[in-house]
Design a protein around this ligand. Structure first.
Ligand SMILES: O=C(O)CCC(=O)C(=O)O
Ligand SMILES: [Fe+2]
Length: 626
């Protein structure tokens, strides 16, 4: 005990026991507001019985219940055929639509009362506001309820002369779904929730969670026996796997079992160049604190950063406070999510209340032009073609559900834990604690690679500069739906801690991380549901701009986990069929290229959706051998 390995701990079992803890809001069996099923749903009676003093008129004794159900359905039968049922009866005997509506509202109001500091509750709250409430408000029950209660509220509506309330307010039109997603459900959140849902985390779909748990159980019983989907283009067999260069003979240590729990994750990314893309005018317009079109606005660092650039510029100064009265910052959310038509709707609504706002007036003109010219489609987040049909998707989802490291199918003697100096004087006094996780592809985890203080420093330095992460898309860098996170780049001159980390990484890996051989460190932050779907870190096409960079293709990646996460967030190696849990302060290392310089197809990997917590990482894709 007291060891520091992750390779064979009981994490999978822990994960399984907590899996599926969250069933979301208890909706009706027939689904919210689904036509055809709702009048035959048993939810009304069942909920009435369960609810006790919750206001239900449903009898609790079996004969009474049977009678109630018969009366209930015959009432529905005749009501559906237009036969009048006395409003007073309906009002006192739980008429189905208001009853169901009431139950739904009540279910949504059920709250354990715990603090939203708990990330799971925070997620559940956001989900409730984002998707559950709109579903309820625009449900069939709500519509029927409105219609059904209109005669009660407006006694004159049945006859020729309108009642007093009708006169004042007019007849209520039936509610319709909103033309666009509500402001509370920006795409980034939907992307995040989708990611989390794929991992069967918080959310509805208990059946999915059960199935996932079942798969997980089966998987635990046959360690690493899962069948992977066939690969289309299997790259040539790798040359001998190689540990980092100049590895000295090492003493293998037993890796402690279960000594580590899901930890904090701090990946370090380093990106060559670090140049920045000019802010698209549209975004600059909406930029809080200045930018084009903001008289007197201080020059702001651009919001979009290039993953690869040419001339690293100085670290920009932190964002200043918002300027301009009533700057509609919230409007930038749909714009940045690529939903220009929604941004247009919101901006028009904004102008309704503040017609003199010049900035929003200009934006409205811009959005209209963008929509007319199709420019909105060009700027939206990148979607992966046939993403749902990716061969690797099932394996990705399974690995992410397992929430931890899978034991290697075989445990050759060279897998395990060791102290390493790698021939570096930097490591003589404090050797690196290395856990070799896999040989093909070569993946190692260096435990306690950074201290808590260093992790906090890095997060503090990067925090003000975090922007939505981008991916390479041809010559450009673009936001992508399959990468939901924020990132910032750190030059080694930003702080002595950054420089120290670079030296440590160089010592441990034997790679030269000085410019122009490596990219800047990239700090990544994943919120709830944040994820990075399966990808390669190296360029897979000769046409990629990576090949034209001085540094060449990315030979290896180091990722430091800077924070712990409560659930999810593992780094999954899809083809290699294992995932590494987030271990705070540890650094994950893998080679992206084979010895001959070809990309290693076995390194397809992903950042699993974060289910609870906040995942920070710093990555450094090294690009040349030292
Ligand atoms: O977050 C992770 O676990 C993986 C991140 C990653 O692969 C990347 O940033 O390239
Ligand atoms: Fe990656």
């Amino acid at each position: 005990m007291g060891g520091w390995g992750v390779g064979g701990g009981p994490r999978g079992e822990e994960a399984a026991s907590t899996h599926g803890w969250h069933r979301g809001v208890p909706w009706h069996r027939g689904g919210p507001g689904r036509k055809g099923t709702r009048s035959w749903s048993w939810d009304g009676p069942e909920r009435g019985l369960d609810a006790g003093a919750g206001g239900s008129a449903v009898p609790t004794s079996p004969p009474g219940r049977t009678l109630w159900v018969l009366a209930h359905f015959s009432l529905r039968f005749w009501a559906n055929r237009g036969v009048w049922v006395a409003p007073s009866w309906r009002a006192t005997r739980s008429p189905p639509p208001p009853h169901r509506f009431y139950e739904k509202v009540r279910a949504l109001h059920q709250d354990p009362g715990a603090s939203v500091d708990n990330p799971l509750l925070a997620f559940s709250l956001i989900k409730r506001l984002s998707s559950d409430w709109p579903r309820l408000v625009y449900s069939d029950e709500a519509t029927e309820n409105t219609r059904g209660t209109a005669p009660l509220l407006h006694p004159g509506s049945g006859g020729a002369s309108p009642g007093p309330m009708e006169k004042a307010r007019g007849l209520q039109p039936p509610l319709r779904p909103p033309p666009h997603p509500l402001p509370s459900s920006p795409r980034w959140f939907q992307g995040g929730t989708a990611g989390a849902a794929r991992s069967r985390g918080p959310g509805r779909g208990g059946a999915g969670a059960d199935a996932a748990a079942g798969r997980l159980r089966a998987q635990r019983q046959g360690h690493g026996q899962r069948r992977l989907p066939a690969r289309r283009h299997r790259p040539p067999a790798p040359l001998q796997p190689r540990p980092p260069r100049r590895a000295l003979r090492r003493r293998l240590l037993p890796c402690g079992q279960g000594g580590l729990r899901h930890g904090r994750l701090l990946p370090l990314h380093r990106v060559a160049g670090g140049g920045r893309q000019p802010l698209p005018p549209l975004l600059r317009q909406l930029e809080p604190g200045g930018g084009a079109g903001q008289p007197g606005g201080r020059a702001r660092p651009p919001r979009l950063l290039l993953l690869h650039g040419t001339a690293p510029g100085p670290l920009p100064s932190p964002p200043g406070p918002s300027r301009g009265p009533g700057a509609p910052h919230t409007l930038s959310a749909p714009t940045q999510a690529g939903n220009i038509s929604h941004a247009l709707t919101l901006s028009k609504e904004f102008l309704h209340y503040d017609p003199s706002n010049q900035r929003v007036t200009r934006n409205v003109a811009k959005y209209k032009k963008l929509l007319a010219t199709g420019g909105d489609r060009a700027g939206g987040p990148l979607r992966r073609p046939n993403a749902t049909r990716l061969q690797s998707r099932d394996a990705y989802e399974e690995l992410c559900q397992s929430l931890g490291a899978q034991p290697a199918p075989e445990r050759p003697p060279h897998l395990g834990c060791s102290y390493e100096t790698n021939g570096s004087p930097y490591l003589l006094l404090q050797p690196a604690k290395k856990e070799t996780l896999r040989l093909r592809p070569y993946v190692a985890l260096y435990h306690d690679f950074v201290s808590d203080a260093e992790a906090e420093t890095i997060k503090g330095l990067a925090g003000p500069w975090l922007q939505r992460s981008v991916v390479a898309s041809g010559e450009k860098q673009q936001k992508a739906e399959y990468r939901i996170s924020k990132s910032a780049w750190l030059k080694d001159t930003a702080d002595p801690v950054v420089r120290a980390l670079e030296l440590r990484m160089a010592a441990v890996t034997g790679l030269d991380l000085r410019p122009p051989y490596a990219e800047y460190l990239q700090v990544v932050n994943y919120g709830l549901g944040g994820h990075y779907e399966p990808h390669f870190d190296h360029a897979t096409s000769r046409k990629s701009p990576l090949y034209r960079m001085k540094s060449g293709n990315r030979i290896a990646t180091v990722m430091i986990y800077l924070s712990a996460v409560e659930a999810g967030g593992s780094t999954a190696f899809i083809y290699a069929n294992f995932s590494v849990p987030v271990v705070k302060n540890a650094a994950l290392f893998w080679w992206n290229l084979r010895r001959n310089g070809d990309g290693d197809g076995d390194t397809l990997h992903a950042g699993c959706p974060v289910l609870a917590g906040d995942k920070w990482g710093e990555t450094a894709p090294g690009v040349t051998l030292g």
